[in-house]
Design a protein around this ligand. Sequence first.
Ligand SMILES: [Zn+2]
Length: 277
Amino acid sequence: MAFDNDMGDFTTDAILLRKIEYGDHDLIITFLTRDKGKICVMAKNAKKSVRRFSGAMDLFSVNHIQCAFPKKNKEAMINLCQTVLENGFSHIRYDVVNTAYASYWTEIVTQWLEDGKAQPDIFELLYTALEMVDDGFIPTEVISLLFQIRFMRLSGFSPGLDQCDTCHTNIEDVDSARLWFDFKAGRVVCPQCKGRIIPVQEPAGPFGAGFRGCWVSKGTLKQLSWINTVEMARAGRIKFSPAAIQEGETLLESFIPFHIGRHFNSLKFLHKMRSEI
Ligand SMILES: [Zn+2]
């Protein structure tokens, strides 16, 4: 019998992405785990069991969790048995702007990742990004650029920022300070090639007609390429000018929702917060 009980159990590190109240006592929690990818679990009696669930199970917190697969009904949810808080990231949760950024990243992860598919590199990326915000040495808006561009690369959708997508001229050799970034293609195009492209009439999607790209300076493109590939520990050394941050934000915060094909509520909140600073 003991053997049977242990069979479906597993432990892993997990970042809390989302929690929903279920009835009076239970919680349904979405975690990004190191070993099992994104999982949705049922935490029975979570609001009362302080002993089993240490910490308050706050958003973005990192926990060591113990879970059990359902034994009888295989369609039922995974049960969360126990959690031990590893890092509560209090500097994120008590700062409304940091919370807005972290909410945006966790919404990307929640919307984009398949359930139950282990992606330890994405777990590490989110963990490191949250840790960097909590440490407070690097501006959160720079960490956000770093998170977004690396997330897209790890997901296999790295935007093409090094050369013109049409004539393949390296951006260094393009005779212009700025290039056009096409949101749909996720690629830059030089001004000459952009002039030759005949706009395609498409039905208005979730983003409306005409919302197709933005101009970005070469300097910003080079900095984004650099933070995409450099070791994480060195990425914080790059200095973005306020203009480069703004261009990078426009590019990535348009490209990602465009690519995923939906609007992000967390992004609306983030834009509102930024406009009020
Ligand atoms: Zn070109």
